[in-house]
Design a protein around this ligand. Structure first.
Ligand SMILES: [Cu+2]
Length: 125
């Protein structure tokens, strides 16, 4: 019977440890960019859209993609959208882009409210 008293505290502390770990990973569930099409620094034929893949689902109301040309002027007039099937994916429909350098700026707000942002460039041949 003494054995049971020894085992229980160990189980309890394991349970608390697991719960704490779960809380921690939830609290730090920021949306990080996994990959993009076009890829960062890629040289591509004019793409129909910019697609970004994130580690976490995004809050559509606060997440967006903007595209600027080499002069820093907005190069896409359409609004970006979070994918309706997979909230970890965001799209920016593009007009026919001419040859040149473009900069993508994204803002991603995860469902926990945390905001991440980043930039990358690509070139249209
Ligand atoms: Cu977070």
């Amino acid at each position: 019977m003494k054995l049971i008293h020894l085992i229980r505290p160990a189980r309890l502390s394991f349970a608390f440890g697991a719960a704490a770990l779960l809380l921690t990973s939830t609290a730090f569930a920021h949306a990080h960019l996994v990959s993009s099409e076009p890829a960062a620094n890629a040289e591509v034929a004019a793409p129909a859209e910019v697609t970004l893949h994130f580690t976490e689902p995004l809050e559509p109301a606060f997440s967006k993609i903007a595209l600027a040309d080499a002069n820093g002027k907005p190069a896409a007039s359409a609004a970006s959208q979070v994918d309706k099937q997979d909230a970890r994916v965001m799209h920016l429909p593009l007009p026919q882009l001419g040859a040149g350098h473009y900069a993508v700026h994204w803002t991603a707000v995860a469902t926990d409210g945390h905001r991440t942002q980043g930039d990358f460039a690509f070139t249209v041949k």
